[in-house]
Design a protein around this ligand. Structure first.
Ligand SMILES: Cc1cc2nc3c(=O)[nH]c(=O)nc-3n(C[C@H](O)[C@H](O)[C@H](O)COP(=O)(O)OP(=O)(O)OC[C@H]3O[C@@H](n4cnc5c(N)ncnc54)[C@H](O)[C@@H]3O)c2cc1C
Length: 578
């Protein structure tokens, strides 16, 4: 039965107890022609990196040598995501992500510079630009003649992006004059093309309102930047403030609609998060290479340390987590390449898991290297510093967990309200009135969704996934009925919902990928099957715990403890001195 409430997003469907298997199986693969192009590109990049990129030196100098920037431009790396018609390489979303994975595996600063340019800096133009705007800017962006930056964050507006103060006032000739400032803008010191977000006054329903508009602003229009910020990691990337003092921007440089800038920003970030997550996979692979080399060569107690159980445990977990993130990232990019338009939840899942995965993997690799890992002479501490940013930018992981949960729950919330003949939340208090329809809904949608195309050796994993999808749907429905619109303030619950979503998405990504590998490679894919089993077993354990904690948790206890800290303005105890 076609149902207008059941979404076109894979993850959002899970909240209805649905498994749209055809979206994810077979696991998407890159077109063979593009695979060949990509291999050639990555080979050239590797050769270039071997000869010219010295990450230790970049970190110490806290800047990218101009000749390296030029070398990257010459390789075409500034035009990866720009269509061929406009002078770029026209890579698919998967191809672009795979290239960013390779770059991040070599150097975090370079990955952030390239990502700042095309994952976010000129992505607004790619996604929302008119043909005229694309023709005007893309050829120079593709070669790197123009470097791009994405300017949203302000001193008073970080996670709360809608609260920006920078203002653009329309002039009688139609142009806009921008005043305000931005902070922590990647490529701020080297960019000539800025996607800038500013408040503009629009008229809606006869009333004047402030709405965000996106502008393409050239440095030559009067943009000034502050000095490069000294920072913890990715030191070779430029991060600066930007200043706009009466910067006049022509009307034709508005990106999307006047007042439609928030949509542009969110569209860009939904996309950018995948480049970031792919980069995390690339760094994790590099870290695993280092950890394995150290663990197999370092001898203690007469043996290589790789022979000790606790080192094996670390190596195995690093492999498992990297496999999970890699499977999720390329499942998502494949969905986009196959025309799926609603991937905001999936890309947020990839960003949250990918960044946290990398943080754990880097931490474990440093532990394997131990004292040596702590020394500046070796790359571990730099990798750790470089990895840390991923949990912060392009939406903090806290904000993204709330986003995943609230976006996912929106569908069932609307559905329940609709079924109960109520258009809007809150649902609380309508219990009896909606029991009848909810029961009908339950039998219709919780009738045991099944996966039909999973390889038989992954039967157990498939069953775990099938069993937990309705559990998520039930837990969400119960929560919505119990708390109604209060759910928007209940972040402990949101975190649980988000974590279950991430784990389910991870499971299906690994199951689909491994199924494809079993079909393509036969018994040779046994190593992937091992990883898939480990991912699914662990994810199922976490889901079980999170589902149980919907009813049985210590949320109130934790809130009281946090209040103790804020009330006392510090840790208020001294067990020795009293
Ligand atoms: C190296 C670097 C490069 C950057 N590059 C760019 C760039 O190119 N373009 C750009 O526009 N910005 C950029 N940023 C800014 C970045 O996107 C912001 O730092 C990020 O969005 C978080 O904002 P904030 O730092 O102000 O943290 P805040 O929003 O002040 O958050 C502080 C803490 O509170 C949490 N928090 C906030 N609100 C909530 C909530 N409602 N619920 C739960 N927790 C909450 C956050 O998760 C975080 O842990 C960059 C930042 C850095 C450090």
């Amino acid at each position: 039965m076609a149902d207008e409430n059941v979404p076109s997003s894979f993850s959002k469907s899970l909240y209805f107890g649905h498994i749209p298997e055809r979206m994810v199986i077979p696991y998407p693969r890159l077109r063979p022609e593009e695979r060949d192009t990509l291999k050639l590109l990555l080979d050239s990049f590797r050769r270039y990196a071997n000869d010219h990129i010295d990450s230790k030196a970049i970190d110490e100098a806290a800047s990218l040598p101009p000749e390296v920037l030029k070398g990257l431009k010459d390789l075409g790396l500034f035009g990866l995501a720009i269509p061929e018609a406009h002078g770029g390489m026209g890579l698919s979303v998967t191809g672009y992500a795979r290239a960013m994975q390779e770059v991040a595996g070599v150097d975090g600063s370079i990955a952030v510079t390239l990502g700042g340019h095309q994952s976010i800096g000129c992505k607004g133009l790619i996604l929302f630009g008119t043909e005229e705007q694309k023709a005007r800017y893309m050829p120079r962006l593709a070669t790197g003649e123009l470097v791009a930056a994405f300017a949203l964050t302000e001193p008073g507006s970080g996670s709360d992006a809608a609260s920006i103060k920078t203002r653009a006032v329309q002039q009688p000739d139609g142009s806009f004059v921008i005043n305000g400032s931005k902070i922590w803008i990647t490529n701020g010191g080297i960019a000539d093309f800025f996607t800038v977000f500013a408040q503009t006054e629009i008229e809606k329903d006869g009333q004047k309102k402030d709405r965000i508009t996106a502008f393409m602003v050239e440095r030559s229009m009067g943009v000034k930047n502050g000095p490069d910020e000294p920072k913890l990691g990715i030191k070779g990337s430029s991060t600066t403030a930007l200043y706009f003092e009466d910067v006049r921007v022509p009307r034709e440089n508005v990106l999307g609609d006047v007042g439609g800038g928030f949509k542009v920003a969110m569209g860009v970030l939904n996309n950018g998060r995948l480049g970031l997550a792919a980069g995390a996979v690339g760094m994790a692979k590099q870290v695993i290479r280092l950890a394995v080399a150290h663990a197999t060569s370092r001898r203690q107690f007469g043996r290589p340390i790789s022979e000790f159980g606790l080192i094996k445990d670390k190596l195995a977990r690093m492999m498992i987590e990297t496999f999970a993130a890699e499977s999720m990232v390329y499942m998502t990019t494949g969905l986009i390449d196959h025309g799926v338009e609603d991937y905001s939840v999936e890309s947020a899942c990839c960003k949250v898991y990918g960044s946290e995965m990398l943080w754990r993997v880097v931490n474990e690799s440093l532990q394997i290297a131990a004292g040596l890992g702590y020394m500046k002479e070796y790359p571990y501490e730099r990798l750790m510093r470089d990895a840390r940013i991923n949990l912060i930018f392009e939406g903090t992981n806290e904000i993204l967990r709330c986003f995943i949960a609230l976006t996912g729950m929106q569908g069932p919330g609307d559905r329940l309200a609709q079924l109960a003949d109520f258009i809007k939340w809150p649902l609380k208090g309508y219990g009896l009135a909606i029991d009848f329809v909810v029961d009908k809904f339950k039998t219709q949608y919780y009738g045991g969704p099944r996966l039909d195309h999973v390889h038989p050796i992954l039967k157990k994993e498939a069953v775990l996934f099938e069993d937990y999808v309705p559990e998520l749907a039930k837990a969400v429905e119960k929560t919505l009925r119990k708390h109604g619109k209060e759910i928007s303030e209940m972040q402990y619950v949101q975190k649980r919902v988000a974590d279950v979503t991430i784990d389910l998405y991870m499971m299906i990504a690994c199951i689909a990928r491994t199924t494809a590998s079993m079909i393509e490679k036969g018994p040779e894919a046994e190593r992937e099957a091992r990883l898939c089993r480990a991912v699914c077993g662990r994810a199922a354990g976490r889901i079980k715990r999170n589902i149980r904690m919907f009813d049985d948790n210590d949320d109130e206890l934790l809130k009281a403890i946090a209040k103790d800290a804020t009330d006392a303005t510090q840790y208020p105890f001294d067990v020795v001195l009293g």
